[in-house]
Write a protein that binds this ligand. Structure first.
Ligand SMILES: [Zn+2]
Length: 260
């Protein structure tokens, strides 16, 4: 399905947003679960972008984002992440990020590895990065971690602490499990909320997408904001089709949501 170029707040959509607002107003505890669609409005590069890029299109995602790919050619993997970091350094949070960041007591469970929610002003303590974060590297031997400058990311290097391991991006690669603590907190939260907002995800990547089912099974209502119907559509109590950068500011205006 082609994505709409713009999202217009039609009468039909406005009415649905009002319905969703009522769900949120009546809820004591809410959480937000987001994916690539949230950052797409900012122009964050995705795998699809690298598929059309002159240099990177020749590589399979498994060569660029897996432990095997890193073992095979670590320089190539680091160069690819640094290309993505450079792109990320040139984009800004969009109104969707800003609307979410104004909800200071709302926990953000995100599959995004970018730092746009943080840059929109959200406290890092309120964000659970299920797939890690591209803003950090860590040693694959001792775990030593350091933040990297997005516009000047260091090239392939050994760990300066143990001198044995190699520094790699702190993102979850194909075949790797999710960070224990972030997953534990997200899972626990989704069992104890009244409404789960699901923003900009096609809900096709597991286990992360399973959080929507967990929330639903434990009695939460599900409000979806996405540019198209997704694998989670059948779980939605209300589905708002359109860009999150347009819908979220309207949906969250005047609300003070809480995850605790
Ligand atoms: Zn080390």
């Amino acid at each position: 399905m082609l994505e709409p170029k713009t999202t217009e707040l039609t009468n039909d959509l406005i009415e649905k947003i009002q319905q969703a607002k009522q769900f949120l107003e009546q809820a004591s505890r809410v959480a937000c679960f987001s994916g690539a669609g949230l950052s797409a409005d900012s122009g964050v590069a995705t795998f699809r972008d690298s598929e059309t890029h002159a240099l990177w299109s020749q590589f399979d995602p498994m060569e660029l984002a897996s432990p095997e790919g890193f073992a095979d050619n670590p320089r190539r993997v680091i160069d690819w992440y640094n290309w993505r970091r450079e792109q990320l350094s040139n984009v800004e949070p969009n109104p969707g990020h800003t609307a979410l960041a104004k909800q200071r007591d709302l926990v953000q469970i995100t599959q995004n590895v970018d730092d746009l929610l943080e840059r929109a002003g959200l406290d890092t303590k309120r964000i659970l990065h299920l797939h890690g974060t591209i803003t950090h590297d860590h040693c694959n031997h001792c775990g030593y971690s350091e933040a990297v400058e997005l516009s000047q990311s260091p090239s392939y290097r050994f760990c300066k602490k143990c001198h044995q391991g190699e520094m790699r991006p702190s993102v979850v690669w194909f075949g790797e499990s999710l960070p224990d603590e972030a997953w534990r907190q997200a899972d626990q939260l989704c069992r104890n909320i009244d409404v789960l907002m699901v923003v900009g995800t096609n809900a096709s990547v597991y286990p992360a997408a399973g959080l929507i089912e967990i929330a639903k099974r434990h009695g939460a209502s599900v409000v979806i904001v996405n540019t198209q119907a997704s694998d989670a559509s059948h779980l939605a109590d209300i589905e708002l089709i359109g860009k999150s950068g347009v819908i979220l500011p309207s949906l969250l205006e005047g609300l003070q949501l809480n995850s605790f």
